[in-house]
Design a protein around this ligand. Sequence first.
Ligand code: PLP
Length: 392
Amino acid sequence: METIYLDHNATTPTDERVVEAMLPYFTRRFANPSSGYGIASDARRAAEDARVTVADVLNTSPHSIVFTSGGTESDNIAIKGVALRNLDRRGHIVTTRVEHHAVLRTCEYLRDRLGFEVSFLDVDPNGRVAPESVAAAIRHDTLLVTIMLANNEVGVLEPVREIAALARGKGVLTHTDAVQAVGKVPVDVDDLGVDLLSLSGHKLYGPKGIGALYVRPGVEFDPLAHGGGHERGLRPGTENVPGIVGLAAAMRLAEQDLDAEMKRLRDLTLRLEEGISGSIEDVTIHSESAPRIPGTTNIAFHYVEGESVALSLDMEGVSVSTGSACTTDTAQPSHVLSAMGVAPGVAQGSVRFGLGRHTTAGEIDRVVEVLPGIIARLRSMSPLYRPKDERR
Ligand code: PLP
């Protein structure tokens, strides 16, 4: 049975062309870029060329790019780094209730262990935060606003451009977790106006274990790790040259086809949403009317467990998840859907479909074909369910 992979928000396959670009840096060009001899200059040049590419795709200058091990580390370096820089006076951080745990847990740590204050802002039923509530939350001691660009569970795009402009007007730094946005929508750091931006290779057909942090020149933060002078001392440790080369290659590839791929994924997402809502009663498409990244749709099948739907789809060879890959081991309803005001029972019945580069219309049609039977079977076992015509 061919697998239909619809969990591209969790991770993506590394593009063959990316693997090809990386391979020499494991073998022939293995040298440590910090070494002084001739063969090291190959590795050094490759990493610096990659930095130029990553910066170019984000429309910024190479010295504002710091390579990291991925999205989680970039988020931690940005948020804890700014906080530690201000450790003597502590201060206040503004974020939302729908962030990825890499941001939420970091903020909670700073609050609980180091005495920083954090405002976790509410969102509307689509999962969007209002720029006005960010403005209202900023205080005289606010150090940082950290709000994601695209949500990993529902795909909604946050108004980061407006937020960064108003934060800057009040002299406050803005960080955005753009892990789910880079490679899926155009991301121009200049236009966004943010001071810090996190991205991750494995979400955009690059390898796992590589990411980057954009740092606007002049923004000061303390490094979390101490060691050599790599990445200007902001993230010491021997560079992951194959990963860095792979990240750059992946970002360039994503950029090349972006407009066409966005349209293709939007069309396929609509095909899936229309197919499902046309053949199954009592479904809710979360954030349906809000701007979203192409390819992500989170759908609640009322009266059933999302986990059971995912399991049944898996038996049909379809891989989906019920939300963030990092939280599937907890039985709690998604913190994102809860923050959006979705009732716990409906949140528990939600499934995230993450379409990607290799998803075809035929695959979508196959999912639309098998789902009604799965949902009907699960509902027939559900004590909560009554068919619509039997309801009063
Ligand atoms: N931020 C968001 C929005 C994500 O979706 C993820 C991954 O799921 C991360 C951060 C963490 O990225 P990484 O897996 O590269 O550490």
